[in-house]
Write a protein that binds this ligand. Structure first.
Ligand SMILES: *Cc1c(COP(=O)(O)O)cnc(C)c1O
Length: 431
């Protein structure tokens, strides 16, 4: 038995399913997970010492690559001062200022400990601010595991093939109305049916959790207009896209200002952080400035702030986002050439350094079209890539992440492995 298999067996005795977050279990690709020992740059090593070129990046945060020396140094300095005080520290203000400087729609920001906490808190704030109860979420978008948002969710939930979850009361789920992504008429219809009752629309402006899908031209503009007209709020969940697609997130790229933005992943530089922010008028509803209660013993944790601050500072360097774009564009072109040459029914969907390969010949615009992908083909592809030393997110319905640490040789090796893996898919499909 391999060491990872043995480690998984032991973990399963003491942790539900052997993992602390379901997607890690590799169930969607009919495999056992690798247990990871360490990472450096774009590479990770399993506990047997095997090396992989990694495109998971801890599901998004590791945009600089693993163990960036400046982030480590910053963490070491904070570590010597103390790990948590439950009292205000200046590093919290420093990270808040960096976030506000980056994202135009944010005047004030509250730090929390995860993306889930950020979206849960953002919904409470939207409801408290508007005095309305219903939320519109989009099918296939994932916003963490809060009750109101675990309704027809994407990511792990999609992958496991369950809708919602036992333990989420129907009364709560009923306050969430689900619409397809990239469909403005559906949103208008909901506003007509539930006039004066919708607190907010929440979405991933570019989706990652059902695979990468871009907003169609005019879609985000339409959402901005409909929500404003109806006195409800537009919430961009940029936990994945924030500081990833541009320094100012998807809202910078598409030039749309939401009312509330949720952040996470990159702003913690690999430590547990989430945040939600928006215009001062809205954020001053949050306690202790206002009546909407939200708190956290470890919120604004100095170690996490230190990693976040250093990460954001490094992302301010000129040319960072064009470098990410170049690297990801190279992979896209290489993969697309391979797909064409081998005549596989697949396509690459990419925005900046986020991309997915959908194994379908249809155009993917929403959850329904994403789900038409051939997941058996993906499983074959995934296993071949892993055997070739390329570590991918273990599901068709996830995003790959390119980091600044991926070098030309990594990209070339990945494109070559992609060719061989696609050839295997093709062979299997032809039976
Ligand atoms: C990852 C993610 C979350 C959840 O964040 P956690 O830190 O895992 O709780 C929420 N929304 C989006 C868009 C995400 O990608």
């Amino acid at each position: 038995m391999s060491r990872s298999k043995e480690a998984f067996k032991q973990a399963k005795e003491v942790i539900p399913g052997g993992v602390n977050s379901p997607a890690r279990a590799f169930a969607a690709v009919d495999s056992d997970p690798l247990f990871i020992e360490k990472g450096t740059g774009a590479l990770i090593y399993d506990i047997e010492g095997n090396e992989y070129i990694d495109y998971v990046g801890s599901w998004g945060p590791m945009i600089l690559g693993y163990n960036h020396p400046q982030v480590i140094e910053s963490l070491q300095q904070q570590l010597m001062k103390g790990t948590s005080f439950g009292a205000p520290t200046e590093v919290e203000t420093e990270l808040a200022k960096l976030v506000i400087g980056a994202v135009d729609s944010i005047d004030q920001v509250r730090m929390v400990n995860s993306g889930t906490e950020a979206t849960m808190s953002a919904l409470r704030l939207a409801r408290g601010y508007t005095g309305k109860d219903k939320i519109i979420k989009l099918k296939g978008c994932y916003h963490g595991h809060g009750d109101s948002l675990l309704v027809e969710a994407g990511s792990g939930v999609t992958t496991l093939g369950i809708s919602g979850s036992p333990g989420v009361p129907d009364e709560i789920a009923e306050e969430t109305i689900v619409a397809p992504y990239n469909n403005l008429e559906a949103i208008e219809e909901i506003y007509n049916t539930y006039q004066g009752q919708i607190a907010a629309v929440i979405l991933e402006p570019v989706t990652g959790n059902m695979g990468v899908i871009r907003p169609q031209v005019g879609y985000l503009e339409g959402l901005r207009e409909i929500t404003a007209t109806n006195n409800s709020l537009l919430i961009f969940d940029e936990v994945m896209t924030g500081f990833r697609l541009a320094y100012g997130g998807a809202q910078e790229l598409y030039e749309i200002e939401p009312d509330i933005t949720t952040l996470g992943k990159i702003i913690g530089g690999g430590l547990p952080v989430g945040a939600y922010g928006g215009k001062k008028e809205i954020m001053e509803y949050v306690a202790p400035a206002g009546p909407v209660y939200q708190a956290g013993t470890l919120s604004g944790n100095p170690l996490a702030m230190a990693a976040g601050i250093e990460t954001l500072k490094l992302l301010q360097q000129p040319g960072v986002y064009s470098m990410l774009e170049e690297k990801a564009a190279k992979l896209e072109k290489g993969f697309k050439d391979n797909i064409k040459q081998l005549e596989v029914a697949a396509d690459v969907s990419r925005v900046g350094s986020m991309f997915s390969i959908f194994f379908t010949d249809k155009q993917v615009i929403d959850y329904k079209t994403a789900k038409e992908s051939d997941t058996d083909a993906f499983t074959t592809y995934f296993k071949q890539m892993l055997a070739a030393g390329i570590y991918l997110p273990p599901s068709q319905f996830e995003s790959n992440f390119v980091s600044l640490a991926h070098v030309e040789a990594d990209l070339d090796a990945t494109i070559e492995a992609n060719y061989n893996a696609l050839a295997k898919v093709k062979k299997k499909q032809e039976g």
